[in-house]
Ligand binder design. Structure first.
Ligand code: ZN
Length: 399
């Protein structure tokens, strides 16, 4: 935990590649614990400056633990992964949320919040609260933002080809359209010599979710849930990391969950030939957990696919979700939160995001459900008007 990512007792990796060697081989039915660094490998500190978020080295992300191979797993099988439990390391009961600088990562609302910002969250058992965002406290829905199996050589080549083609459509864009293989900052796990070099050079970046699962940031993949992952290589080779104490649907500020180091208890099993049997050939499926925060009252904000400049888009949920989030942020500002604080609340609290309508041309309607019970004041509209207070600010870089 205190060692640098390069100097861990079990070597870490931060790229997807079929040749990353398994750190351990287990039998179907095995139960084991995996410890994970936070996704940046400790680059972000528990303090009141956002300079570390502004200057974060994104070639290093995400630090992953594993891969763990399952004896007998072959391409075409489904790897059954029970997330038995997840927790914070005892020495590290805190997490962070970042708004990335537009020139270094950006985020969903980077046009509105271009400067780096940071909030620190303290954990009290299942609850999180932040000295940077007062009057809000919620039960976490702790999950691994990133979990997946290793790609086959063929799949890796497809990823590289299609993502390169996308970047070529606008190669100078800031932030870029996709993160392509990048040797700088790469770690190849237990591989050494020429094999490590190859992994570092060719390995897919871990930023997007893909066919193997990966960085899907599904908040409901919490303790007690079960995933079914396609197996593309012998052993399956399961890796994971990027633990979030909590996250709203969409993880909108990009470094947007409550990012933390921690441990995950896992049980693995196999369904032989399961990919074909269940038609789960391109992406994982999962079962939800019986344990999730039990909020029942939500204030819901709508967005339509008309952008901030008034331009009509055709059924575009990306545009409408942005508008729904901006509507929620404007509302929260009436109670004294800054835009940055509101952005982070939407990004971290157990906020539900839904595609409500996707057929009524030309507007898709998406909705953002904010649980009102997480605030220690009444968030609903009434005839007296909002109680506006100074609610401080997150750590923010002004340039
Ligand atoms: Zn994360």
């Amino acid at each position: 935990m205190n060692n640098s990512p390069k100097d861990q007792p079990v070597p870490l990796h931060n790229r997807w590649h079929p040749d990353v060697p398994a750190v351990k081989v287990v039998d179907p039915g095995a139960v084991f614990r995996i410890e994970c660094l936070d996704w940046t490998g400790g680059q972000i500190k528990n303090d009141n400056s956002a300079n570390d978020v502004r200057d974060v080295d994104l070639t290093q992300v995400h630090y992953l633990s594993g891969p763990v191979a399952v004896r007998g797993a072959e391409p075409g099988d489904l790897l059954v992964v029970d997330i038995l439990d997840i927790g914070a390391l005892q020495a590290s009961p805190w997490g962070f949320t970042g708004i990335f600088d537009r020139k270094n990562g950006g985020g969903f609302l980077t046009d509105h919040f271009p400067n780096a910002g940071k909030a620190i969250w303290e954990f009290e058992g299942i609850y999180a609260q932040s000295r940077h965002i007062p009057n809000v406290r919620f039960a976490g829905i702790i999950h691994s933002g990133l979990i997946g199996t290793a790609p086959s050589r063929k799949l890796l080549d497809e990823w590289t080809k299609r993502e390169k083609a996308l970047v070529r459509t606008d190669p100078k864009r800031v932030p870029p359209l996709a993160t392509l293989p990048e040797k700088k900052g790469a770690l190849a796990g237990m591989a050494t010599g020429a094999k490590a070099e190859k992994i570092m050079k060719e390995g897919a970046r871990t930023v997007p979710g893909r066919e193997n699962g990966g960085n899907c940031d599904i908040k409901n993949l919490t303790r007690g849930s079960r995933g079914y992952f396609p197996v593309f290589v012998k052993g399956g080779n399961l890796s994971m990391g990027d633990i979030h104490f909590s996250q709203g649907d969409g993880e909108i500020s990009f470094c947007g969950g409550i990012e933390m180091a921690g441990w995950i208890d896992i049980k693995v099993n196999l369904i032989k030939g399961g990919m074909k049997k269940y038609g789960v050939t391109t992406n994982p499926i999962f079962e939800t957990s019986p344990l999730e925060p039990n909020y029942s009252k939500y204030l819901t904000f709508e967005g339509i696919s008309v952008d901030e400049k008034g331009k009509q888009h055709y059924l575009d949920p990306y545009v409408s979700y942005k508008r729904a989030c901006l509507n929620a942020i404007e509302y929260l500002k009436k109670f004294g939160y800054t835009g940055e604080q509101a952005y982070m609340i939407l990004s971290t609290a157990p906020v539900e995001g839904r595609i409500s309508g996707i057929v009524d041309i030309p507007n898709s309607v998406t909705t953002v459900y904010v649980p009102t019970e997480i605030f220690d004041f009444d968030l609903t509209p009434n005839s007296k008007g909002p109680v506006k207070k100074n609610r401080k600010q997150i750590a923010l870089c002004t340039k």
